[in-house]
Design a protein around this ligand. Sequence first.
Ligand code: COS
Length: 380
Amino acid sequence: MNFEFTEEQLMIKQAARDFAVRELLPDVLERDASSRFPARQMKMLAELGFFGMCVDPKYDGGGMDNISYVLALEEFAKIDASAAVVLAVHNSLACYGIEHYANEEQKQRFLPALARGEKIGAFLLSEPEAGSDATSQKTTAEDKGDYYLINGTKNWITSADNAGTYIVIAQTDREKKHKGINAFILDRHSPGISLGPHEDKMGMRSSDTHSVMFTDVKVPKENRIGEDGFGFSFAMKLLDGGRIGIAAQAIGIAGGAFDLALKYSKERKAFGTEICNHQAIAFKLAEMAVKLENGRNLVLKSAWLKDNGLPYGLQSAMAKQYCADSAMEITTEAVQIHGGYGYVKEYHVERLMREAKVTQIYEGTSEIQKIVISRTILKD
Ligand code: COS
């Protein structure tokens, strides 16, 4: 067993760290306040190769492993979780989904622009009445011979406005239940697509989230991914991997808050000494550090399993649940260690606490992860 990173992995982590400090940190508070998308930074990240990180170089990707990917996501999330979620959905869901499940013609058509970051990818599964219960799709994709007609509404879509390519999940044959669901690759500007207002969210405020409405949107049959009825299984497979990215993001948020709390505790004095010398604070820091180490190890093990072609669904659910719940606890304690200063924006920890919350909700709530974990261990 080798716990050492390669030189390349460390270089990518450092490059992500440097970029986050230099380009994301300076306006992160302003973008959080105004819900402004980091458009300039996304363009730079595309040029640096962070958009097609794990995509095969023959489709213009970086050909990196998943360990490098999660290390980079963690570094971005320490500073700006909104930027990290755009990259996570783009890499783990859009790029991975097309590279591993689309046919060669679809890959040639859609993947290089995504891998080069000229287009951002979005994944459209959730609906107003289908979040955790993902089989209850109400959006329909009616088979019209050589095309499908899509009608319905998707909810909580990350990058809905800034994306260029959508992967849309919809129900073709209701009688077949989840076996009648399909997945399609669509241009975001296809006629009949409209967006709801920008969601005014608690955190991740500079990633754009919208509802997306489909009214008689025509999709050529050649844009369907896989065989007829593959859509639900496709979505579940993608989420198994997507959850590794969200777990990395959660541990990044937690790590960012921990670093700030550690630094503050060594500077702030109370009762005649730095507050880290009080056991009440030192023990909090110790508990936070243990959770961070556990969470990181779960993320890295899931990424390693994926890199080595081994099953990773159980570990990715464990990583997602543990890292998200720990991120909420760690960021809450980071605010507590900062006292009154933790409650104001300029110290960043209140933002990190708001950002942590959604990691317990999106790409499968913590409760859904426990369903996945318990079903798997009961089956084995
Ligand atoms: N990989 C591949 N296929 C999977 C799978 C996985 N990880 N998990 C489930 N499936 C398949 C099952 O094998 C089954 O297909 P068959 O009937 O052909 O065997 C089908 O999907 C339905 O599975 P199941 O009966 O377990 O479905 P349930 O409705 O009980 O729910 C959960 C499954 C709860 C795990 C699923 O709905 C889920 O993950 N929900 C959360 C969705 C989510 O993350 N939403 C947020 C989206 S933000 S992008």
